[in-house]
Design a binder for this molecule. Structure first.
Ligand code: SF4
Ligand code: FES
Length: 246
């Protein structure tokens, strides 16, 4: 069977696939944006944020974990699905303490950009203001759990690329927290370095560099200039320390 014969449709448009593709792999190669936060093409699917939800065969499925099967018909850009994605995004906001105007990652944060892309105007849910400890113990990096969306990307990057196993997600449900793997539980007592791949994959402002902040001024950052749904799979971490894509 040729690659072309493995094609699917997304919102009625033909999308070619390759063997082994998930729906999001095929979509992004074809330039079709499907919102996502825990997916990154380098690290394999995690399937936790559910923002990439699409409808296939009458069921809601995660595009990042669902194989693209020949002839599959996928709905993504519908009012119903966009509203569900908006609610998921709003839940992520109230599950943390996100104060975008005061965040160093404003303009290069995928959560903020996704909210703008979905037209989010309010939180919809009551904010819970959870207590989440900040870990400022490391010389180079700050871990602000207030902004962590538990996407697991730093865990996967540290495990699979850096080979250091610096992080894990501990606790259950709303008590889940990102934890450095050290006896003290502090980042300074791990092998973590600002050079690690794990230091460059956070889609939000939870893992921040302590030095050289605001090198790229707010207003000139990736999502300040282009809506995330037009950028597709390109992310603020694609270029650079500090996440300042050109
Ligand atoms: Fe994801 Fe960032 Fe939290 Fe790590 S620190 S789990 S990359 S949001
Ligand atoms: Fe698919 Fe998070 S991007 S579940």
């Amino acid at each position: 069977m040729t690659d072309q014969a493995l094609g699917i449709t997304i919102d009625g448009a033909a999308v070619p696939c390759q063997a082994g593709d998930t729906v999001i792999d095929a979509a992004h190669r074809a330039g079709v944006y499907i919102p996502h936060l825990c997916f990154h093409p380098e690290f394999g699917p995690h399937g936790s944020c559910r923002l990439c939800m699409v409808k296939a065969g009458g069921r809601y499925v995660a595009a990042c974990t669902t194989p693209a099967t020949p002839g599959m018909s996928v709905e993504s850009d519908t009012a119903e699905i966009k509203e569900l994605r908006l609610r998921i995004t709003q839940m992520l906001f109230v599950d943390g303490n996100h104060f975008c105007p005061a965040c160093e990652q404003s303009g290069q944060c995928q959560l903020q950009a996704t909210a703008y892309g979905l037209g989010m105007q309010d939180l919809h849910f009551s904010p819970s203001y959870p207590k989440k400890a900040v870990d400022a113990s490391h010389d180079e990096m700050l871990l602000d759990r207030d902004r962590c969306i538990q996407c697991n990307l730093c865990v996967r990057a540290s495990d699979r690329v850096d080979g250091k196993h610096v992080f894990s997600l501990g606790g259950r449900g709303i008590e889940t927290r990102l934890m450095p793997n050290s006896a003290s539980g502090l980042l300074r007592d791990t092998e973590f370095s600002a050079e690690d791949r794990a230091a460059h994959v956070c889609p939000v402002g939870a893992l921040l560099f302590k030095h050289d902040n605001y090198a790229r001024p707010i207003g000139r950052r990736l999502y300040d200039r282009t809506s995330i749904d037009r950028i597709g799979n390109r992310r603020a971490d694609d270029a650079a320390p500090g996440g300042s894509a050109p």
